[in-house]
Write a protein that binds this ligand. Structure first.
Ligand code: FAD
Length: 335
């Protein structure tokens, strides 16, 4: 069977490698270590109703497959990586409140909701001026733990190498080289025509002693994810930039901080600040395919803010395409 050489061990490359193992496709995964990548800083959130438009998340129909995918990897590795957590959404303004009124009673949205209002202690939270709702099938992946444990397993099986792969030196005689290397894909001459862009994101870690026992995800203009022991991740910004290398930005930090202050009235400290660049496309759907002129090269990326939810399903469909000639899902831009 054709061997796959997967370049990049972020969420995309790791999901693809696990799907290879599931199909018993021989693979090897290569990763150039970097302190900060989108996968390393991501909060790993999966939220049914998101954004200012309050629509059902793109790719939400993948939820069942996603949960079973992470569960299967967890049973093999002996640790749980994906957790369902209730998510409380605070409507941020009149526009959102009006939009939400139109969703009430729609069975598509009702299915995702928990009944009743959230309990919000007065000394911790501002009184929500525009309303709230609660989502039940939300959750998050402990992305770094999943990446690290997967790396350990691939390494033990002889399928992992720490290396920077130069696209000009990929040997066509040894199988297909799949570039799942996030925003760095655009810097490669063979893929500089891909419809990908860069979106910088800042993310903070907060210490919030008054919220030490809360296990809900809080979401508004900012979101807050409990890590335990009073630590929370808070984020994130989304800003178009011109290159994949990035540093935490003072403006990004101030913006997340200001949005957190709209939810919380209790004191907190910022204990860490990280940033990375998301690989995004104009359609917000990922992009994948085999290179039209160099069939030993392929690409898989552009997961935007939905890598955790959508990478497992798209990885399976992409393998069906590469190995069996199945058509790619119509929404995926192949060119
Ligand atoms: C602040 C922030 C918050 C986010 N929050 C969420 C969230 O809550 N939920 C969610 O689903 N998504 C979230 N995302 C988006 C998510 O992180 C991305 O969808 C996902 O990480 C993209 O993964 P990737 O594998 O395509 O790319 P990357 O994570 O960029 O991984 C690419 C890998 O390829 C390696 N590489 C590059 N070039 C080479 C080479 N030549 N040879 C070998 N290796 C190479 C890199 O070192 C890197 O390890 C967030 C992103 C950011 C920035």
């Amino acid at each position: 069977m054709e061997r796959l050489h997967i370049v990049g061990q972020g969420i995309a490359g790791t999901a693809l490698a696990w799907q290879c193992r599931q199909r018993e496709v021989p693979f090897r995964i290569y990763d150039e270590p970097r302190a900060s990548t989108a996968s390393k800083v991501a909060a790993g959130l999966v939220t049914p109703i998101a954004g200012q438009r309050l629509t059902l998340t793109q790719g939400w129909s993948f939820l069942t497959e996603m949960e079973s995918f992470y569960r299967n990897v967890s049973s093999l590795l002996g640790t749980t990586f994906y957790h369902r957590y209730e998510t409380v959404r605070f409507l941020a303004n009149d526009v959102e409140a009006t939009r939400w009124q139109k969703r009430i009673g729609d069975p598509v949205f009702e299915e995702e909701l928990l009944p009743g209002a959230p309990s919000l202690a007065n000394e911790v939270f501002h009184t929500p001026a525009f309303g709230t709702f609660r989502m039940k099938r939300a959750g998050f992946l402990r992305v770094n733990a999943w990446l690290e444990a997967s790396r350990g397993w691939f390494r033990k099986e002889g399928g992992y190498e720490e290396a920077r792969i130069d696209i000009e030196e990929c040997d066509p005689g040894v199988g297909t080289w799949v570039f799942a290397n996030g925003p760095w894909m655009l810097g490669l001459s063979s893929f500089d025509w891909l419809p990908m862009r860069f979106a910088h994101g800042d993310i903070l870690t907060l210490s919030i002693p008054d919220l030490a026992d809360d296990r809900r995800i809080l979401s508004s203009s900012a979101w807050l994810l409990p890590l335990g022991d009073g630590l929370w991740r808070a984020g994130s910004t989304y800003e178009a930039v011109g290159h994949p290398e990035t540093l935490p930005s003072a403006n990004g930090r101030a913006s997340v901080d200001a949005n957190v202050q709209k939810i919380l009235r209790c004191p907190y400290d910022v204990v860490d600040h990280a940033a990375a660049v998301r690989p995004v496309t104009l359609t917000r759907f990922p992009t994948m395919g085999r290179h039209p002129g160099k069939p030993h090269l392929a690409w898989f990326g552009g997961f935007s803010s939905k890598g955790v939810l959508t990478a497992p399903t798209y990885a399976r469909r992409f393998l069906d395409h590469l190995l069996d000639g199945e058509a790619l899902p119509s929404e995926v831009a192949e060119r």
